[in-house]
Design a protein around this ligand. Structure first.
Ligand code: SF4
Ligand code: SF4
Length: 469
């Protein structure tokens, strides 16, 4: 880790990687834009043969989720959007951020819009063209927010990707902290938060409202290393103990076991994500996929709704809203019947964090499924980066995509089961610590229904589907 922190002091790291990822980002967008289609049958293949769509959803997205679980918001360190929004903030209006933006609701609402309009309405995860539009929208919003507001408002208060990674980084082994708080206490420069360096593009003070000495979790630090660089570079009295901020080992799930309660906007975000991962895992098997669509179809079929946005709205409301709300409420309702004194608001904010390890485990399982199942497509990917010809050749049976070998399937099943098991175990541990913290250790066993019910949603499905139990 020492070598990595030394590397972070260099002017070219990680900024050079941001420019590399900016080029990659543009290439992925262009290949997506070159593959327009609305033919559902054709899209089933095109989504795996188009370079942009395959990389974004089957490799980039799973990779940043996996990395967040182990290393924190490491993706933000190389994210090209950060450099774009920071540049526009430098030349922009630098307005103060209004309260509603600082409240955290902007992220939750942006995420809900992406799920309802993007995923349900335009199938951005299955259509290369709309995937590209989605990436452009993210850049567009980052430019608008950067041009209007001061500092790095987009990465802290608007970007749902970074926020989701922040959620998973509660499990991370690593985090951004200072070596010695006393050094910061006696530091006269405070160059890490000094206004003078706020709009530098590289050696910059913190743009996301953090003071390094006060960082106790991974939620908001985008690991830009700006504070490390300013602390190192702008010293009025040279101090061999500086730079003080560093990326270091903090212990597995350190943030999670701090039991910091969720804010209301965060809680709604976590609740919606808990529904989203159910749909991600259940849609992998046709039996559970049919169950998943059963409730929405009860409404859609009798009303003969055909407009895809209304269908998406109904499906989204039920899958991302109603189903997870019922799952979240059940343990509390049972607790109430057994006369446990937990107020509903406290339950949602304090016990909501017990869902996070299971959500992360389910997302990790999805990442494993995605990355492994798409490997056979690589053979044809670089002959035809738009994927249009390859998709047609697959339909015409000129290309046969090989099946995942049995040994790999067994390995995937073992991994998936084990990961969900670990997620459930961590959730149980969170409940135990939370009950203790709330002084409810003996009386409230019903809160353990969170890992039992929510964990079973995944574990039972995986056991039946992957192990034919
Ligand atoms: S991080 Fe560095 S610049 Fe910031 S207060 Fe601490 S010692 Fe000073
Ligand atoms: S605390 Fe440091 S590394 Fe983290 S976002 Fe702020 S400037 Fe970047």
């Amino acid at each position: 880790m020492k070598k990595f922190n030394t590397l972070l002091q260099k002017w070219y790291f990680p900024i050079s990687l941001k420019y590399v990822s900016l080029v990659a980002y543009i290439v992925l967008i262009v290949t997506g834009l070159m593959a327009y289609s609305t033919d559902a049958e054709f899209l089933k293949h095109l989504r795996n043969t188009n370079l942009g769509n395959l990389i974004v959803w089957s490799y980039w997205w799973p990779a940043i989720v996996i990395m967040a679980i182990f290393f924190g918001r490491i993706w933000c360190m190389v994210c090209p959007v950060e450099i774009i929004t920071t540049f526009f903030a430098k030349i922009g209006l630098k307005r103060k951020r209004p309260k509603w933006l600082l409240s955290g609701w902007a992220i939750t609402i942006f995420y809900i819009i992406i799920l309802f309009v993007g995923i349900q309405g335009f199938a951005i995860h299955r259509n290369p063209f709309f995937m590209a539009i989605y990436l452009l929208v993210i850049v567009g919003v980052s430019i608008i927010i950067g041009s209007i507001y001061e500092k790095n408002t987009f990465c802290r208060y608007v970007c749902p990707v970074g926020y989701l990674l922040g959620l998973y980084s509660r499990l991370s082994f690593f985090g951004w902290r200072v070596k010695n708080k006393n050094i910061c206490d006696t530091c006269k420069d405070k160059s890490c938060i000094h206004k003078k360096y706020q709009y530098n593009l590289n050696v910059k003070s913190c743009g996301v409202d953090l003071y390094p000495a006060n960082i106790t979790d991974n939620a908001n630090c985008i690991l830009c290393a700006g504070c490390l660089k300013t602390c190192n570079e702008y010293q009025s009295e040279p101090n061999i103990n500086r730079p003080n901020p560093e990326f270091r080992y903090i212990g597995f799930a350190n943030d999670l076991f701090q039991l910091k309660p969720l804010k209301i906007a965060e809680m709604v975000f976590v609740l919606v994500v808990s529904g989203f991962v159910i749909s991600e895992i259940w849609s992998e098997w046709k039996v559970t996929d049919a169950y998943l669509n059963y409730l929405p179809n009860l409404l859609i079929n009798p009303l003969s709704v055909e407009n895809k946005f209304i269908v998406g709205l109904i499906k989204g409301t039920i899958i991302f809203g109603v189903i997870p709300t019922i799952i979240w409420l059940l343990p509390w309702l049972v607790s109430s019947i057994t006369k446990a004194k937990i107020k509903i608001k406290e339950y949602f904010l304090n016990y909501g964090i017990a869902f996070i390890p299971i959500i992360a485990a389910a997302h990790l399982d999805k990442a494993i499924l995605k990355t492994t199942s798409r490997i056979p497509y690589f053979n044809h990917l670089f002959d035809d980066i738009t994927g249009l010809t390859t998709a047609q050749r697959i339909i015409d049976k000129e290309i046969i995509i090989s099946q995942t070998p049995n040994w790999l399937n067994v390995g995937i099943s073992i991994l998936m089961t084990g990961i969900i098991g670990i997620g459930i175990y961590l959730s149980v541990k969170v409940i135990r610590l939370q009950n203790k913290k709330q002084g409810l250790e003996k009386s409230v066993k019903t809160t353990y229904l969170i890992p039992v019910i929510y964990g079973s949603v995944f574990l039972v499905m995986i056991l039946i589907w992957r192990w034919n139990m």
